[in-house]
Design a binder for this molecule. Sequence first.
Ligand code: FAD
Ligand code: FES
Length: 276
Amino acid sequence: MSPFCHTPRNIRYCQGSVESNTAVAEKTFHIVLTVEEPLPVIRGGQFMMLRLPKRTDPLLGRPLAVYRSSEHRIEALYVTAGKMTHRLAEVKRGELLNLWTPLGNGFPNNDVCHTILVAGGIGQTPFLLFVQQFTRQYGVEQNKKRLTLLYGAKTQSRIAGMDDFRQLGIEPMIATEDGSLGYSGFVTDLIQRVYGSGETTQVFCCGPMPMLHAAFSVTKNLSLPCYVSLETPMSCGLGICFGCAVKYKTASDSDDWDYRRTCIDGPVFDAYRLVH
Ligand SMILES: Cc1cc2nc3c(=O)[nH]c(=O)nc-3n(C[C@H](O)[C@H](O)[C@H](O)COP(=O)(O)OP(=O)(O)OC[C@H]3O[C@@H](n4cnc5c(N)ncnc54)[C@H](O)[C@@H]3O)c2cc1C
Ligand code: FES
């Protein structure tokens, strides 16, 4: 197969009808879409491209993590950042949106005792599906596999979705920068506190770039595997436009690098191989 065309064949391009689109926290909305054609199984960490139809402004779709999905429903949690997400927040029940999914690789299924999820800002969104699939596979706290969710926000009013994790049996450890809830400070300060030396551990991170850098710095000092889910701006989501390229080392101990497309080679990357 051509290296320029290894897009998975199970991608659905379809219209989603808005079932609900509600504010759940400051500047944060939860959208539920129903689709007629059944969706394939979507892995935790995969995403969809969402586009407002019948208009050319904004022209391009935008990537959003798949928050939850079933055969005929797909959900996202989004924060209003710019043009598209502000318009999305005004969309009403019954309106149709274009979407294509599942996209990207999702989080790896590595055999380790402890997986630490580190989310910042709206970075909790790709983790819900991962936690759902993980707990289905391993149970909530089996002797050999455990999950910890660390979630950081600027302030309490920006926190969203934590009850969805609690419903899956995961009690998040929360950090706020202003100290309004939970630990006062950066979420990355919590990594070392929950790390139990002696058990194999990996760290998955999603959030703004400064947080990813800080999380990687901590995990590198602890010599832990670290995977980051990038929020690189995208145009097609399908590997066609090359607009989402990032520099990636050919091996973690190499200085040699080439480009990878975040939409099809990521969005989840080995942090040791990203060129910072
Ligand atoms: C795989 C993936 C999954 C994502 N999942 C989610 C999600 O679940 N929920 C969510 O709210 N967002 C998510 N994002 C980010 C989301 O795609 C952007 O917030 C969105 O594209 C902004 O579109 P807009 O038209 O509202 O803003 P624009 O008008 O495109 O931009 C507004 C401003 O924000 C800046 N900006 C836009 N996107 C980014 C970015 N990714 N990083 C830094 N600055 C940016 C622009 O430079 C500009 O200043 C995800 C991104 C990726 C790649
Ligand atoms: S967004 Fe087009 S190649 Fe990745």
